[in-house]
Design a protein around this ligand. Sequence first.
Ligand SMILES: *Cc1c(COP(=O)(O)O)cnc(C)c1O
Length: 170
Amino acid sequence: AEAGLVTAGAAASMLLQAAACMTGTDPAKIAQIPDTTGVKNELVIHRSHRMGYDQAYIVAGATLVEVGEGRSVKPGELEAAINDKTAGVIHICRGWRFGNLELPEVVEIAHSHGVPVIVDASGMTPPLENLTKFVSQGADMVGFSGGKGLEGPQSTGILCGRSDLIEAAR
Ligand SMILES: *Cc1c(COP(=O)(O)O)cnc(C)c1O
């Protein structure tokens, strides 16, 4: 990845991803959140990717916009959810086996609208090749747990990706 940051866990990475997408490196916006008045604050997420940890995005001030019916999402549904309030598109990597969009397809749609894709890959190690796979598939920021398959201390994590967004997260 272009840049990286040690975080206090994957959940902390999720919060920082949301914040970075909303504020960039604008000091006034950084000081303002979680009040997002006048700030792009929508994060699009597959309905089937919702889970307890996604509160971390909301804590940063983001509003989650769900797409899809049940366990299936069509490209047009993702496309239709993106508007000028959209700060990013969330992709939770968890070895899903049902009708979700794959990460490369999500990246293609989001990037065609100039919107970053943020990935939660908390438990996606092993295999270690996943540490680089999602960035190579075009994800703008990816978060990993230090305390799961990486076997580091519980309260650690890695956030990596585009240098401007990592700078914003920092
Ligand atoms: C475990 C988990 C997290 C939180 O990870 P921590 O490193 O404990 O903060 C976030 N997202 C998913 C999908 C997880 O499985």
